[in-house]
Design a protein around this ligand. Structure first.
Ligand code: ADP
Length: 473
């Protein structure tokens, strides 16, 4: 008896004959296995048949029978080649064609419709149908019926077909043909049923998966609708709240400035002036925060509209640098400008470009002590780039991805040294993206950071948001 590993080796060797293309789907894989099975079974049966055929007494007949059977066997094995080339259609029809030639020869030489092998024609439509498909099955059914009908009509019309079979072997051949045909028909029917059942199970599984996928999609769409509605409600709430907060806050700022002026005029109230100045500074900080939140909300709700105009970025950068000179001096930083003089005018929302630059330069000075902050401007016919470089504390590589997320700071501890809200870069990234550009950051802890804003020279509505890319020095 064959032990299991040997059997498995044989099976995997047989499977190896089937090309990958036919192995991918279970139905074609099974059909290919059947084609190989038929070829194998025919080779075995045919080879076994050579034994009784070699016992035929008449030498002429024996030679014809052996040549016919052996030739058919060899030609049929060519079916493996067609299978290897991936054509089940050709393999199935080839096998049927060779079998047909063999059977017709045996029928014409064995007494026509009385021949023991006539029954074997019934195998062809089943074989072709399973291996090569329904159309081939129908075609071979037609050919088989037409052949046997032709024989009958000819014989009924008086045509004498020779019966060369040895009377001693006729019964054995008839038995062999009937038994073999019955076994093959049973095998192939059960195979085709099994394939059909497997296909039905697959279809059922696929439709169950489809139903659950549709349900999931429905749920996801519902959740997305809810999220959109919640987001819209949040944006509307924040926009209203920001407005409501800014009005009294502006009053606080205005009045605190008035009180400082008043106290200064009266003289002798230095302590009070200091306190009111702190109120004013806190108020400004809060106003900045509210403005950032409002910007972020407007951008997310697609309610922020840009007003592009022609302006000179070099002029804008010079103005921003002037604003920051006192802060740079306080931190003992050198603020330098390196502006290419061939950039000329660009077409963008100057207020928003200024807002981005103010954020970046403000951060660069805030995170740099006793160092250098350089604002650089470069461009080509299509783009212009603003670089803000510092020699400050730098950003760790594992945090660099997150600094553009709202409310994210590298040092978020309660004892942190630097003020801020963690909103500035989030707003910058969204603004730049809205303007059709991108922000890039390169940084190294202890050596400094370099932010690059790359924008097209003319504003056009971006088709999709441009993502932020980050990398280490
Ligand atoms: P914040 O108001 O806290 O500055 P931002 O969104 O502008 O908020 O920046 C987020 C964080 O990114 C900052 O808290 C800081 O940790 C880091 N960061 C931004 N710019 C720099 C820089 N030039 N050098 C070092 N760290 C920076």
């Amino acid at each position: 008896m064959t032990d299991r590993p040997t059997l498995r080796r044989w099976l995997s060797w047989i499977e190896g004959l089937i090309p990958a293309k036919l192995r991918r789907d279970p139905v074609t894989r099974r059909r290919s296995l059947l084609a190989l099975g038929i070829l194998g079974a025919n080779t075995l049966v045919g080879t076994a048949l050579l034994v009784p055929l070699s016992l035929i007494r008449q030498p002429d007949l024996r030679a014809i029978a052996l040549t016919n059977t052996g030739g058919c066997l060899l030609l049929m094995l060519l079916g493996v080649l067609f299978l290897r080339r991936g054509s089940l259609w050709l393999a199935g029809n080839w096998i049927c064609g060779i079998l047909y030639a063999g059977f017709v020869y045996a029928i014409l030489r064995g007494g026509g419709v009385r021949a023991p092998f006539a029954i074997c024609l019934a195998l062809l439509p089943i074989l072709a149908g399973i291996i090569s498909g329904r159309r081939s099955g129908l075609a071979w059914g037609f050919i088989s019926v037409a052949t046997i009908t032709g024989c009958y009509v000819a014989q009924a019309g008086g045509v004498e077909l020779p019966d060369l079979n040895d009377p001693d072997t006729t019964v054995m051949l008839a038995f062999g043909a009937l038994a073999g045909t019955s076994i093959l028909v049973t095998w192939m029917t059960s195979f085709s049923e099994a394939t059909k059942e497997a296909a039905i199970v697959q279809i059922e599984q696929a439709s169950a998966q489809l139903a659950s996928a549709i349900q999931e999609e429905e749920k996801a769409r519902h959740a997305a609708d809810q999220a959109i509605a919640a987001n819209a409600a949040k944006s509307a709430f924040l926009a209203t709240m920001s407005h409501e907060l800014r009005t009294p806050l502006n009053a606080i700022l205005g009045y605190s400035e008035l009180v400082v002026d008043e106290l200064r005029d009266r003289g002798g109230h230095d302590d009070l002036i200091d306190d009111i100045r702190k109120v004013h500074a806190s108020g400004r900080h809060l106003l900045g925060l509210i403005t950032d939140v409002l910007d972020l909300t407007r951008i997310e709700a697609s309610r922020l509209e840009l007003s592009p105009t022609e302006f000179e970025p070099a002029k804008l950068l010079r103005e921003v640098a002037e604003i920051f000179i006192p802060l740079a001096l306080r931190n003992n930083d050198v603020l330098t400008l390196d502006l290419a003089d061939d950039i000329g005018e660009v077409h963008h929302d100057a207020t928003r470009v200024r807002q981005v630059v103010i954020n970046l330069v403000g951060n660069a000075i805030k995170f740099t002590r006793d160092g250098t902050v350089t604002v650089r401007l470069r461009g080509d016919p299509d783009l212009f780039e603003i670089f803000v470089e510092d020699t400050g504390i730098g950003i760790p590589i594992d945090k660099i991805e997150r600094i553009f997320e709202p409310f994210t700071q590298v040092d978020a501890s309660s004892t942190r040294r630097y003020e801020g809200t963690g909103l500035g870069l989030a707003v910058c990234r969204r603004l730049v993206s809205l303007m059709g550009g991108a922000i890039e950051v390169r940084s190294s802890v202890g050596r400094g950071s370099s932010f690059t804003v790359r924008l097209p020279r003319r504003y056009t509505i971006p088709e999709r948001p441009v993502s932020v890319t980050t990398s280490a020095f």
